[in-house]
Write a protein that binds this ligand. Structure first.
Ligand code: C5P
Length: 413
């Protein structure tokens, strides 16, 4: 079968990112941004303002990016007339993190008096900034007016956050932590991808069915595979709704998250979300049974061992099928089959009975893959009779493979 995985490299792969660093105590955190983006495959050119040099050296950045880090000495150097224009034109993204009140003001007013501000003026790519400044500077009317000008022009702001500053004061102006900034950079780089303007709904995690106010019937699903699917869809530029059972996993940046507890709540959330959806990926481990009655008060052990009667929960995919026949949405439906025996036979029956385009079959008897762990070994079965067994891989890689198939299926619909 065709390998669509080449589509799937992370959004950082081979991207040219200019990282501007300005004079803020948070400048040291920019080294982590430069390092992580480089590790993810980006070519990172760092430009430091004169004030940034008071906090951190070009050598720090050169060491983590493996590339020259630029300062104003380069603005006046031999290549000066091409450097800033060259970087501004070839970059996929200009990130300025941290951005000071001073550099914000320069960008808002088109001032170009150092290498970074000249590069920003020459830039043709999206600009993402993460402000960091002391209490009062960000909320100052002058800064707020500059922020508004830049937002109107499409500059993407990440933060600032509320919190404690280096000065000891608490307020709005704190640099957002690098992992969150990286998430926003990833999202920005994914714009215009092969699933741009496509609406993808992902369910993840296990549901919980209440026995009484404190006890539930749950399952061992961690939600990791579903969250990885949501991230992979975002990486392709999709508009993602993530319907999640109880889990502490962080929401992939850019996804709209809907939290649910029970199978019934998940059914309602899915039916609402699939209106005009392009794809539904049902990765959630939905309970098949729920207590026939939920006790209003905690069941006391003094009352003896309770006899619990169960009833069937709604089958969500079965409920989606008629809506899909009537409306044409979702255009593509993917199910998951977690089985401990007769994996492929059971998966094929589900593929057909639930009217799916693709089913991801997962042998949960394996110790190294499946529930709770970071890896998975799956077989993809499609409606055309195709069977593709994938080797043991990370859940992110499984997600990329599934999304590659979804992208291919959607191309014709
Ligand atoms: O029949 P079984 O529950 O094994 O099918 C698994 C697939 O069906 C998964 O994609 C799961 O998310 C979905 N499912 C569902 N509604 C249920 C139970 C499972 O849509 N009540």
């Amino acid at each position: 079968m065709t390998d669509y995985r080449s589509l799937m490299a992370t959004p950082f792969q081979s991207k040219h990112i200019v990282l501007g660093v300005t004079g803020s105590i948070a400048a040291y955190k920019a080294a982590e941004l430069a390092s992580k983006m480089t590790q993810a495959g980006a070519l990172v050119d760092v430009v430091l303002t004169p004030a940034a040099l008071q906090f951190i050296t070009p050598l720090t950045f050169q060491s983590v990016t493996g590339r020259k880090a630029y300062t104003d000495a380069d603005l006046w150097g031999g290549e000066a007339h091409v450097l800033h224009v060259g970087m501004g034109h070839s970059a996929n993204l200009l990130v300025i993190a941290p951005i000071s009140a001073n550099t914000l003001a320069k960008l808002a007013h088109g001032i170009a008096d150092n290498l970074l501000s000249v590069t920003a003026l020459a830039a043709r790519c999206p600009i993402l900034v993460a402000p960091a400044m002391d209490v009062g500077m960000y909320t100052n009317v002058a800064t707020q007016a500059n922020v508004e000008i830049l937002r109107q022009r499409g500059v993407i702001f990440v933060g600032p956050a509320e919190g404690r500053m280096a000065s000891g004061l608490v307020g709005l102006g704190r640099f957002v932590e690098p992992p969150e900034i990286l998430g926003h950079i990833r999202l920005t780089l994914s714009r215009g991808g092969p699933l741009a303007n496509r609406k993808v709904i992902v369910t993840a995690g296990g549901t919980q069915e209440p026995l009484d106010p404190v006890r539930v019937i749950a399952n061992r699903s961690s939600g990791k595979q579903g969250f990885a699917l949501a991230q992979a869809a975002l990486d392709l530029g999709a508009d993602v709704t993530l319907i999640a059972g109880p889990t502490a996993l962080p929401t992939p940046i850019g996804a709209r998250r809907v939290d649910v507890n029970t199978a019934q709540e998940m059914l309602e959330a899915v039916l609402a979300a699939i209106v005009r959806a392009d794809a539904l990926l049902m990765a959630a481990a939905v309970a098949d049974f729920t207590p026939a009655v939920t006790a209003e008060q905690k069941i006391k052990k003094e009352g003896g061992i309770p006899q619990i009667t169960l009833r069937a929960t709604p089958d969500i995919l079965a409920a989606v099928a008629p809506q899909r026949s009537a409306t044409g949405f979702p255009r593509v439906t993917v199910g998951f089959a977690a089985e401990s025996q007769s994996l492929l036979d059971n998966a094929r029956v589900k593929l057909e009975s639930k009217k799916l385009d693709l089913i991801v079959a997962n042998d949960i008897s394996a110790r190294d893959a499946g529930f709770g762990v970071d890896d998975n070994r799956v077989t993809l079965l499609d409606a055309g009779g195709g069977v593709e067994s994938l080797p043991l891989m990370s859940k992110s890689e499984v997600a990329e493979s599934v999304l590659a198939r979804v992208t291919h299926l959607l191309a014709g619909r």
